[in-house]
Design a protein. Sequence first.
Length: 240
Amino acid sequence: MKGTITDEDGISLPAVTVINISADRKASTAIDGTFSVEASAGDEIRFVRAGYERAAIKVSAGTETSLHIHLVRAAREIEEVRIPVFTGDLGKDSRAVARADQGKLVQDAVGLPQPVGKMREKPAEVKQVLVPILLGQLNVQGLYDLVSGKARRQKRKYRYEDLQQDIAWIRSRVEDAYFTRQGIPEQRISEFIAFAFTGNSQIRSFIRAKNLSAVLMRIDEQIPAFTVRLDKDQQAPLFL
């Protein structure tokens, strides 16, 4: 099956991942948006590109061999707009609006950056605590965090939170059927994704870059190894 993929404006889209889910075949569009992938009647073809909504078709006996697929840009989250609560007192309400507007004007004029990522307390590091001690400066709080194990617990907590966030990022964009069709039980999908992260650390880098097609390609490479684990789990004897 051949075809061309364009955006809403009719502009050709290169680097779109074309996946035949049913037959486990993959291809990518060329610079002019054209692609070619093996497909038979009944196969599901999925089209994935970062920044665009996923599209999919079901190949039927009457499906044209040359397709023209349009991908729609993914909607972006917009900043929440806060609306002042009015009391009915014209004097109070006008002052409240003025304060809000002045704060926004000052922020825009100064160019204050918005917080990026999670607001977290930074765990104490050995170097940051020991070096000041050698210079005659005692960081009491940092030393306590290291000795008490607080810094270590914080790091574990943050690693776990980041792991769950990355797993959720994939699961919110990829249907469970994508994994179950490849032999991964629905209840173990999250476990498999975490397993894939361990097998290929690049996957999480592509999540940061919001490159879903690159994520899927590298996750797929980990399926055979995880299938071996599933087989071992099934063969393991049960002790009652």
